[in-house]
Design a protein around this ligand. Structure first.
Ligand code: AMP
Length: 193
């Protein structure tokens, strides 16, 4: 199965993606994780990426599309993949559609994890206080900027998928188990469809 998980930063996309990976054996494609690996490499690109990520801004579409196009070719994606953090702009969504069409790959589900922004800020505060190895983009100020960026640049992809009849939503304010269950039901329905 090929799945897209959408939702603002802190909505729990990574946690839910991990669970789907365990259940379905699909590959977890997190562009944030890929970028953090580039940052850790210390390359020039990594240094530029760190600045952009710490500022809560988005990396250029072209680079992100290339990253995903290459990653989808890897053998572990043959059983399917879950995209977590990509697409994040309408041009990325359009490029993904073109890429999947060219490779003859279907998109089985686009799932939005809906959350309340005030609750997200509270969640991130907990994550920061509990985390030994806090991500350098995990600050309340950065989260607020990332939420602004999400509203301005990423939320417009919701109507993009809704118009195509592909968008399904789950209530991200429910418990982790309940969200997983809702996602499971959507995935089962998309297999039957
Ligand atoms: P994430 O772990 O998905 O929250 O991503 C962390 C940061 O990486 C984001 O705040 C962006 O700066 C960058 N990033 C991740 N995915 C993308 C993407 N698809 N397009 C542009 N920037 C991205």
């Amino acid at each position: 199965m090929n799945i897209i998980l959408l939702g603002p930063p802190g909505a729990g996309k990574g946690t839910q993606a991990q669970r789907i990976v365990e259940q379905l054996g699909v590959a977890h494609l997190s562009t944030g994780e890929m970028l953090r690996a580039v940052v850790a490499s210390g390359s020039d690109l990594g240094q530029q990426a760190k600045q952009i990520m710490d500022a809560g801004q988005l990396m250029p579409d072209e680079l992100m599309v290339r990253m995903i196009a290459e990653r989808i070719e890897e053998p572990d994606c043959a059983k399917g993949f879950i995209l977590d953090g990509f697409p994040r702009t309408v041009p990325q969504a359009e490029a993904l559609d073109a890429m999947l069409a060219e490779k003859g790959l279907p998109l089985h589900a686009v799932i939005e994890i809906q959350v309340d922004e005030a609750a997200l800020v509270a969640r991130i505060e907990t994550r920061i206080s509990e985390s030994q190895t806090a991500r350098s983009d995990d600050t309340v100020d950065t989260l607020k900027r990332r939420l602004d960026v999400y509203r301005a640049q990423t939320a417009p992809i919701l109507p993009y998928y809704r118009e195509r009849g592909q968008l399904r939503a789950v209530d991200g304010m429910s418990s982790i188990d309940e969200v997983s269950q809702q996602i499971g039901e959507i995935l089962q329905a998309s297999v039957r469809a």
